[in-house]
Design a protein around this ligand. Sequence first.
Ligand SMILES: Nc1ncnc2c1ncn2[C@@H]1O[C@H](COP(=O)(O)OP(=O)(O)OP(=O)(O)O)[C@@H](O)[C@H]1O
Length: 620
Amino acid sequence: MDKAAKTKNDNMRGKRGATLWRLLKLVNSTSPWMLITSMIAIVLAAGSAVTGSLFIERLINDYIMPLTKEAHPNYGPLLTAIEVMFGIYAIGFISNYFFTMLMGVLAQKVQYRVRNEMFTHMETLPISYFDQNDYGDIMSRYTNDIDTLMQMISQSIPQFMNSALNLFFVIIAMFSLSWQLTIFSMIIFALSLGIVRFLTTRSSHYFQSQQRELGQVNGYNEEMLNGLKVIKVFSHEPDAKANFNKYNEALRQASGKANTYSTILFPIMGNLGNLLYVIIAVLGGAVAIEGWAPLSLGVIGAFLQLSKQFTQPIAQISQQLNSIVMALAGAKRIFDLEDEPSEVDSGDVTISKNQSVKGAWHWNVPQKDGSIKQVTVKGHIVFDNVNFSYSPDKQILYNISLDAKPREKVALVGQTGAGKTTISNMLNRFYEIDSGTITYDGIPINRIKKDDLRHSLSIVLQDTHMFTGTVMDNIRFGNPEASDDDVYQAAHLSHADEFIHHLDEGYQTVIDGEGGDLSQGQMQLLSIARAMIADEPVMILDEATSSIDTQTEKLVQAGMDNLLAGRTSFVIAHRLSTIVNSDLIMVLDHGHIIEKGNHKQLLAQRGYYYELYTGKKEIE
Ligand SMILES: Nc1ncnc2c1ncn2[C@@H]1O[C@H](COP(=O)(O)OP(=O)(O)OP(=O)(O)O)[C@@H](O)[C@H]1O
């Protein structure tokens, strides 16, 4: 192995060690008593298995052998000894049951905790994290990674510890019986392990080439099937067949070799323990008979039992180690998510609302002398020379300046990808601007606590997401404090109540996360009602592009007009018909504001907006 590869391997091992350590701390802090009790049970289980085997020596030498020499054997002491042995194995059985059960419960507790922690932390992550990591990958941390973690805690780790302790105790016990036989057994075992390793390497080499050749055959087959017509047209069948035979022959040879090794390997692996057993029995017997070493029948009996216990844990340890390594990779992905830095928020200005008065919002601005000044929220938003890029290599917004006065309707117009949604992302601080300033009632928005800032902005998105629950719940989502009457009023103003009354159970109709049987237009009406009930001073409206019937469209439009009345609003327009009455229309092109003014002024300019409006240019 070269130096770089070795360093990489060492690093990986170091990281795995750190992950394992962190995981153990997590398990321990979840329930220390369960962990400690399980550890004690694991030691007891391993200890009693070995003690049971060691007891065979005394059973034979002290209880059975003397009986063979007596004319009238007294079986009493033997029965007592058997009871003791039974007791030892019973302790082993109970301990085994305990640690398996306790670790299973503990793993479930850890799983519950990790899921909660991950979700809670995920909620604090900036939107940019979700741009860089795809949903499938994040989801698999909640499913696959947590499952393997659970399996590792409930099975792999306790079994690994049990096997390792077993091995340790067995070796000590074997040495205590006969060091000569122990060393001999180890040599035989090491030799057979060497053979197995050799065969495994060879066989995995041939299995890999079998897979490779199989891939070639399948790939060739697929290519030929796709190009069947061309092959026939050019009469290339004989060539195709000859090539196929070549690949097929290579596959046959590789499979043959892989098969040869595997047929040798599996019986050897399966019978390694038996082999050692037979060799020890023959050799032990020979030593005892010839008197080369003081070996009693009891020692040979116990030793034989231990030799079986010796090979088993070794196979298990390597198996458990494999699953632990795999699960640690999953645990690392979970910890990586938990270690992602949360969105920073240094804002000190908060917002509050007088619930009993509609639209009565105010800022709480801390003053230098420590007092809090309350300022009424007006909804005056100013962008001054704002520049922004999602990634450093591609600027999206250039010198954006705009002044949205309280209660004005500002429309953002431009072709797809011009940067309209990005402007709204700046306002609610999903992303931080590169330079320039954005103020809200004269307060720089980075002084406002993010939650409060977002609380003061109502967003009606193109994507009208509903949550599983009743229609009532879905509207109330905009303001959990709202009374039923508030919900009815919001539904009435947004014109949603007409269709709600026609639903089987009215406001109590349950809809699922996808919106159930509701049409696109109905979902839009519900999301307008939701925004209405939130009663926030500033609205951002990402206008729907989906086609809805003209009747519903009129309702949606009327609902929107009611919603926007009396609030500052930003409308991301996809159809110009809906924004001609705006106070200010900003025309964007590739992140630049190229024109601004009201509808009349822009038409008079006869520029880009004029071309869009008159249909000389397409909006999308
Ligand atoms: N999360 C993101 N990460 C990187 N680039 C993005 C991201 N979101 C948008 N962009 C890019 O920023 C540019 C502006 O996108 P934006 O969504 O603001 O346009 P838009 O005018 O709202 O378009 P549309 O009318 O299609 O909604 C596009 O080039 C887009 O590819």
